[in-house]
Design a protein around this ligand. Sequence first.
Ligand code: CAA
Length: 252
Amino acid sequence: MNASNAPRVAIVTGGLGGLGRAICQQLLDAGHQVVAADLPCDEERRRRFTDALESERGEISVEAVDVSDAASCRQLAQRVHQRLGRVDILVNGAGITRDGTLRKMDDEQWSSLMRVNLDGLYHMSRPLIDGMCERGFGRIVNISSVNGQTGRFGQTNYSAAKAGVHGFTMALARESARKGVTVNTVSPGYCATDMVMAVPEKVREQIVAQIPVGRLGDPKDVARAVGFLAADDAGYLTGINLPVNGGYFMSF
Ligand code: CAA
């Protein structure tokens, strides 16, 4: 809720994924109208998702989008504007991995990842930024990764895109700072999501051994950071990169 007591309208891309779901719940708990935007899915998955989110305050809906496709993002922005009037909060959470050492990487592994993890930020922010600036309020939170800050063996594509995410954040933060729009990055470490559980078990055990807190992150740990940056009273925080990684940096 904001000062005028109207709920904010939020879009969360990758909204049905491991982190996205927790972020949707966090924003719902803050009383917002939340649009979980993700690749098209069947009615059953959509229903299971909305049933699983509990809130007595906000409202959740699901919209299909392919963030790698500019037209799909523009259409999503139009649909949400028509239905809910505006978009105040954008969380760019959609992301994929296509791991492989550079020597074995093919063009599709590289470019498909760039289209989702980096182009997706542009495709989603571009149709929404004007409205946010005109209304004098906006919160954009981009989800990066610890691997964008450290580099990761087998992830030249992912590390490059995730480092690029924060470059995008800082540039857009400067462009919109005087318009009431903040743009920030949250960089999760290794969380218990399908993406991380797909890493070979032996590699995962080595990763956990390097996390000072001694466990994988809970998606809620990341969602809390997003909620903090998306809040109305977070207007003096912009262009930052907030790591949520259980102290992983300290291992280096
Ligand atoms: N550091 C150093 N050397 C490594 C290494 C590492 N982390 N991993 C593998 N190597 C070495 C191997 O020992 C091997 O050495 P030799 O050739 O001397 O035997 C060589 O590299 C090749 O190893 P592989 O046979 O495993 O190579 P591969 O091409 O089959 O697979 C890989 C490489 C894709 C990196 C695979 O090991 C892998 O999938 N690793 C997991 C990658 C990972 O952690 N991804 C994170 C996903 S989660 C995420 O990204 C979310 C987030 O934001 C945090």
